[in-house]
Design a protein around this ligand. Structure first.
Ligand SMILES: [Zn+2]
Ligand SMILES: [Zn+2]
Length: 155
């Protein structure tokens, strides 16, 4: 499958093969790295997987503590209350290196990369927000194409 922008039809990826599920993020001792930078990718190159859980903004106070979103760990607000994502389900998760023509527009504060906490932060050349990049050194390295903003086409 090739994923294209739903608004303008421009291809955002090359041909990708579907995985049955999103893999576990590879373990990485990012705090030991000599240079800050992205972790190894969660999804291998030239593949994609569909995220079954809610992902990204908005984050709301959770009844039961747990990971805020898949592979993100626990998050809490300034009052120490646990947060959980109420973002969209069904994101298409890919290796960020497989995406083309996207421009980063920060939606939440980060140190060296981008965080998914503020919602979509990747813009197509046509100006439409289409994806969420997670690339800060302490986060899994993934790009989530928004199911509502891209289309899958046969190459
Ligand atoms: Zn577009
Ligand atoms: Zn960083």
């Amino acid at each position: 499958m090739v994923f294209v922008c739903a608004a303008c039809g421009v291809p955002l990826t090359g041909p990708l093969t579907r995985l049955p599920a999103v893999p576990e993020a590879p373990y990485t001792a990012w705090w030991d790295a000599d240079e800050p930078g992205p972790s190894p990718p969660t999804v291998p190159s030239r593949h994609y997987a569909v995220e079954a859980e809610p992902y990204g903004a908005p984050l709301v106070v959770a009844e039961v503590p747990g990971p805020a979103m898949p592979r993100r760990g626990m998050m809490s607000n300034v009052h120490g209350q646990p947060l959980v994502s109420q973002g969209p389900r069904g994101n298409i998760v890919i290796n960020p290196d497989d995406a083309r023509g996207l421009k980063l527009q920060h939606a939440s504060a980060a140190c060296c990369g981008a965080t998914p906490d503020g919602g979509m932060n990747q813009m197509c050349a046509c100006g439409s927000l289409v994806a969420t990049l997670s690339s800060d050194c302490c986060l899994p390295y993934e790009l989530h194409l928004s199911a509502g903003h891209v289309r899958a086409v046969r190459p």
